[in-house]
Design a protein. Structure first.
Length: 456
């Protein structure tokens, strides 16, 4: 395609160049013949016609009367018939002609002698002066066209080679990227496309592709790991449920039907809880975030926290403006999950505090229980990971509560982690703070007492 386009362009240029060269040469030759004929006419006197001024540039000069007779001629044109039969008119007294005789062409300029000069020289008889030049070799043959054609083909070849080299060098990395991408499969996402050393568009494309592949590999690996964990967590209750039902079918006289149904319902409830938590966790990691809305965590902490049936008091303390942007229902779920988890492991009390610090709202939930070992502080946020103490105190838990809470914090551009505490476990939630329209004074509350909030 590039070669055809170059051939078309250079062909047009070649034709235009050929025409321009021919016209330029012809124009210069006609200027010379016009000057030679005009100078001869200027030297003519009444009763005396001087010999044509011999010049190598214009060797053919003739004076022809109204009857077509040659009255005077240059040595080179002596004995020739008139160079042309065309006669200029009074209105157009100069003509440029081309005449070919015996295979030779000449460029002729015909000038009609003015009436005033004709009346003085020949008593009004009109005369014409012809000045001619043999057509140059470059115009008489096809050598000019051959030369331009050769140059055109050479230019097309050079341009095609340059385009092939440049485009090939430019697109070679793209071909390498395409080849490597075609080799990548879902079963093996470890391959990466080659990255060119230059920071151009192709280099940026390669780096973007590698970044996408890395994220895709991470997502697929996480999906595989999560699927493995899900299958493991679901296998146990499903096996227990199937065992109970098999016993009821095989030994109907020995199995208490009501007890079997009650146990089966309990197992089904655990399965439903696990599935609901899995769906929630998956939505948090894959679904697009809902439209953010202002959420006052002070109101949530003082008015909307849930507590368990354990007789463990929850003390709250809210300091300053603790409004954030996000999903109110999701953030309420995070705080409730942290408080219920803290009550489950606390001995005598749970403390919940919220304050504004360095552009973030920091919420901490602290219990006075046995605490969490440093080596387990990150592990507990992984799906289905439950410590022995947690299994003992809440055997029906799904092991997804803390994983969902952290995923919610990350979806809100925040963090959730376990930090050091003098006693017990201290969960700290950090979320980007929302700039209030008006500041409000610090407030604190205990139990379910709500703080006094200024309007926005």
């Amino acid at each position: 395609m590039a070669a055809l386009f170059a051939l078309l362009v250079f062909s047009v240029i070649g034709v235009a160049l050929d025409i321009a060269i021919r016209k330029t040469i012809e124009s210069r030759m006609w200027v010379m013949t016009t000057r030679a004929a005009s100078e001869w006419i200027a030297r003519m006197k009444p009763g005396r016609i001087p010999a044509p001024h011999l010049t190598v540039d214009v060797p053919l000069l003739q004076l022809v009367d109204s009857h077509g007779r040659v009255e005077a001629a240059s040595p080179a044109a002596a004995g020739w018939p008139p160079l042309s039969t065309a006669r200029p008119t009074y209105s157009n007294h100069i003509l440029h002609l081309e005449r070919c005789l015996h295979g030779q062409c000449i460029l002729v300029t015909a000038i009609r002698v003015s009436p005033q000069e004709a009346s003085l020289l020949w008593r009004g008889d009109p005369h014409v002066v012809y000045a001619g030049l043999p057509e140059p070799y470059i115009l008489a043959t096809t050598r000019l066209e051959s030369f331009i054609l050769a140059m055109t083909l050479l230019a097309v070849a050079v341009i095609t080679w340059i385009i092939w080299v440049v485009v090939g060098k430019t697109l070679r990395p793209v071909a390498d990227i395409r080849t490597r991408v075609s080799e990548i499969t879902v079963s093996d996402l470890r391959l990466r496309v080659p990255e060119p050393p230059h920071d151009d568009e192709i280099g940026q494309l390669a780096r973007a592709v590698n970044h996408t592949l890395a994220r895709l590999e991470e997502a697929v690996e996480y999906q595989r790991h999560f699927a493995s964990l899900v299958s493991h967590e679901l296998r146990t209750p499903i096996t227990a449920l199937q065992t109970r039902l098999d016993e009821a079918v095989l030994y109907p006289d020995q199995v208490d039907t009501r007890e079997t149904i009650a146990a089966s319902l309990s197992i089904a409830g655990r399965l439903r809880a696990v599935i609901d938590d899995m769906l929630m966790f998956t939505r948090l990691r894959t679904a697009s975030a809902p439209s953010p809305e202002p959420v006052d965590l002070g109101v949530v902490i003082n008015d909307e926290l849930l507590t368990t049936c354990r007789d463990v008091p929850v003390f709250t303390h809210v300091e300053g403006d603790v409004k954030v942007l996000g999903s109110g229902s999701q953030l309420i779920g995070v705080l409730n999950n942290l408080v219920v988890n803290a009550q489950r492991h606390a001995n005598t009390r749970v403390e919940v505090s919220a304050a504004r610090l360095d552009g973030h709202v920091v919420v901490s939930v602290t219990d006075d229980g046995d605490g969490i070992a440093p080596c387990d502080r990150e592990r507990i946020f992984k799906p289905f990971v439950r410590l022995d103490d947690g299994r003992r105190k809440d055997p029906n838990g799904t092991g997804l509560g803390l994983a969902i809470s952290r995923a919610t914090a990350v979806a809100h551009h925040g963090t959730l982690q376990v930090e050091d505490s003098p006693r017990g476990a201290r969960f700290v939630l950090r979320l980007p703070a929302m700039e209030p329209k008006h500041p409000r004074p610090p407030s604190s509350g205990h139990g379910t007492e709500a703080p006094d909030l200024d309007p926005w």
